[in-house]
Design a protein around this ligand. Structure first.
Ligand code: IMP
Length: 433
């Protein structure tokens, strides 16, 4: 028996939500360890769509415990809204099914204000953030001025910290970003009243996980965003402010690396990106539009149209190394149905040389052109396939080439948005041979 970590291998939006949802059925605890409400997991359950931004997707399964680890930045307003929305759908969200780490940092209204004003000031050089205050909140965490969930339980500490932060933020907002100042009292009062509702959920998540591990319960660690949005390993500065790589599950949930047994990397059958930054395999033609439309490629959080392009295995190969992937899950394979020819990017050409890995310099990446392997496409609908060999021969070849180039075996293939539209080759929770 083992614990499983799910991570994105591209620029986020790989379809992690569906795989997490499937695996959550086999897990007893589901834990988020980084990011915040910049993430958005679209789940289709009984034909109905549900989007979760903060609460782990496992909440839709009865009897599971969902936890938000210390590495997540939490906007309490959004969290409460989500709890309310889920309850309205008949999903039970109480302290028996959900906990928030006392060490998780809170997104404050000034974080959102700074995020938005900074992006507006950058104009065409903007990063294209989700505007949720994620970066500014992580900045305060690193700057040791952040406000944590535990502070909600101590009104005097909360008051002092909000006042101290606000003095500095208002100076920065008004004098440098030419934005409006924020008033202390409404922020303090709203956080105090939210504290009352959140109190029962605030706990030591690391201890809860430890107890579960001692009892032999299965844990699923749910990553958000993707490897190439990682603050250290991604396409900096066009990245998010946390570490979506698997190693971050340890620091962000409070567990040791020996407790992570299977790392599953989610690979969308093509590539997408939201926000700015170089994208070597981007398609600005009708094939890109085909993927965008068939794949309904709109951001789950911001509703922005996602940029689309061919599958870039340079990115996925790097992700296999950076995350120590045990297996790959291919998602949205059905979106490619109907394309006559498919391209897979196997390397980049840069200044006349072939390179196998993504360069750190963003300027160099912008100069990289993809080296493609062309493969035949397929026309038949694949959504009813439940075994690998039920797929058209061309689709099987496409998958085989991914496995060969990335040198990591496949475990799950998604052939449609529904829970059942899946081919399971290996149970990631099963002990490895
Ligand atoms: P931030 O995380 O809001 O600071 O945004 C930084 C960059 O990460 C922007 O390009 C966002 O579009 C991107 N990003 C953040 N979260 C996600 C996600 O869940 N999926 C895809 N892109 C994301």
């Amino acid at each position: 028996m083992g614990n499983v970590v799910v991570v994105g291998t591209q620029w986020g939006d790989e379809g992690k939500g569906k795989v997490v949802d499937l695996l959550a059925a086999r897990a007893e605890l589901v834990v988020r360890f980084q990011g915040g409400n910049n993430a958005g997991h679209t789940l289709v359950v009984n034909g109905e769509q549900t989007i979760c931004h903060l609460i782990p997707s496992g909440i839709l399964h009865k009897g599971k415990k969902c936890l938000i680890g210390n590495g997540v930045v939490v906007d309490p307003e959004v969290l409460l809204e989500e709890i309310k929305k889920l309850r309205a759908k008949g999903v039970s969200v109480g302290p028996e099914s959900f906990s928030l780490s006392e060490k998780a940092h809170l997104i404050m209204p000034y974080h959102r204000a700074v995020d938005l004003a900074r992006e507006a000031a950058k104009g065409k050089d903007k990063i294209g953030t989700t505007g949720r205050g994620i970066g500014p909140c992580y900045e305060d965490k690193a700057g040791r001025t952040g406000i944590r969930a535990v502070d909600l339980l101590e009104p005097d500490t909360l008051k002092e910290k909000i006042a101290g932060n606000l003095e500095e933020k208002n100076f920065y907002l008004t004098k440098f970003l030419h934005a409006e100042a924020l008033a202390f009292q409404p922020i303090y009062e709203s956080y105090l009243s939210m504290a009352e509702i959140l109190k029962p959920y605030i706990s030591d998540v690391s201890l809860e996980i430890d107890e579960a591990i001692r009892e032999g319960r299965r844990i699923l660690f749910e990553g958000a965003q993707g490897t190439h949005l990682d603050i250290d390993h991604g396409t900096y500065p066009f990245v998010t402010s946390s570490n979506p790589v698997s190693g971050s599950a340890c620091a962000g949930a409070g567990v040791g690396p020996d407790k992570l047994h299977h790392i599953i990397g989610i690979v969308k059958a093509y590539t997408t990106r939201v926000g700015a930054g170089p994208f070597p395999t981007e398609l600005l033609d009708e094939t890109g539009d085909y993927m965008q439309e068939r794949g309904a490629e709109f951001g789950a959080t911001t509703g922005r149209r996602r940029r689309c392009g061919w599958l870039d295995l340079v990115l996925v190969r790097d992700a296999a190394r950076l995350n120590g992937l045990s297996s790959l899950s291919i998602t949205k394979l059905d979106v490619l149905t109907g394309l006559k020819k498919l391209n897979i990017c196997v390397a980049y050409a840069l200044e006349g040389k072939r390179i196998e890995h993504r360069p750190a310099s963003i300027n160099k990446l912008a100069l990289c052109s993809p080296i493609y392997e062309e493969m035949p496409g397929w026309r038949d609908d694949i959504s009813s396939a439940r075994e690998r060999d039920e797929l058209p021969r061309e689709a099987q070849r496409y998958l085989k080439r991914i496995e060969e180039i990335v040198a990591v075996p496949l475990s799950i293939i998604s052939v449609g948005p529904g829970r059942g539209e899946t081919i399971i080759l290996k149970d990631p929770f099963a002990p490895s041979q």
